[in-house]
Design a binder for this molecule. Sequence first.
Ligand SMILES: C[C@H](CCC(=O)NCCS(=O)(=O)O)[C@H]1CC[C@H]2[C@@H]3CC[C@@H]4C[C@H](O)CC[C@]4(C)[C@H]3C[C@H](O)[C@]12C
Length: 324
Amino acid sequence: MCTAATYKTKDFYFGRTLDYEFSYGDEITITPRNFPFKFRHTNECNSHFAMIGMAHIADGYPLYYDAMNEKGLCMAGLNFVRNAVYFEPKNGKENIAQFEFIPYILSHCDSVLQARKKLENLNITNTQFSDKLPCAQLHWIISDKDESLTVESTIDGLKVYDNPVGVLTNNPPFDIQMFMLNNYMSLSPKQPENNFGKSAELTTYSRGMGAIGLPGDLSSASRFAKVAFTKLNSVSGDSESESVSQFFHILGSVDQQRGCCEVAEGKYEITLYTSCCNADKGIYYYTTYNNHQICAVDMHKTDLDMAELTAYTPITEGKVLFQN
Ligand SMILES: C[C@H](CCC(=O)NCCS(=O)(=O)O)[C@H]1CC[C@H]2[C@@H]3CC[C@@H]4C[C@H](O)CC[C@]4(C)[C@H]3C[C@H](O)[C@]12C
């Protein structure tokens, strides 16, 4: 499972958890403006917006899981198993292979508005990156400081939804996730009133009772409701450290601990990493399962006019800061 969320204070923040039982080997990867993108079915692009994000680099190509560009446009791919359908290239369409979708949108678009235009004529194709890497079944969230979209390629074609809550998890399809939020409309960060029935004398015996009924399990639908509630009610200072700290708490609300989600005999899905992009400053923050220290890579500290990728191996070991 995975969860993505947005958050706005003075700056705009975007990130995701990546939950899985193994890592593909990923690196924080900066693609500078002159890295040649040779798209499989459409014109190559040798000069474009620079981007930074988590990617598996294969044959020198950045296979991004989540990234932002220098204009503050952000995007993440999350599993959408059994619902994602990609097509053969179609005449008259802009044909983009599934693994090219993030690089293509972030290369060309400076906002969700521009991405929306590109999506009007786009066809996500089932072209594999290689024999070894078959298509992942994904759906995507595309966000900037003003709005978010969800993009789903299904048997019915490409669907583009406004995403007013700025969160995404996995199945079911996005419109159903949004509908199910109706079930939680009476939840509140405030203590509840007794609306139960006339003769029942009920009291609030604990703090935090306004959100009783908010699910806490790890299913995708439950994480959607949990993270949406957490994000929509989030309060923090607007400094960089307070905002980043709060952002990791929002995604921390749907963190997966080893042991709680068994996917095969003795195999557990865990939150391999959590990311937080400051989309205004071009800083990619992250933590990993065993490293709770927030680490960061700043895209503007590299030369963005180069043609070669820069990649940083995630720091996966945490240190305890002894005070005595
Ligand atoms: C496994 C991850 C989703 C985690 C998740 O959601 N787990 C819950 C399972 S479930 O929802 O409960 O069933 C996804 C998210 C992004 C993916 C990469 C995208 C680029 C590239 C695309 C190529 O085509 C194939 C290789 C490739 C490197 C992909 C590998 C893998 O697929 C990645 C990491």
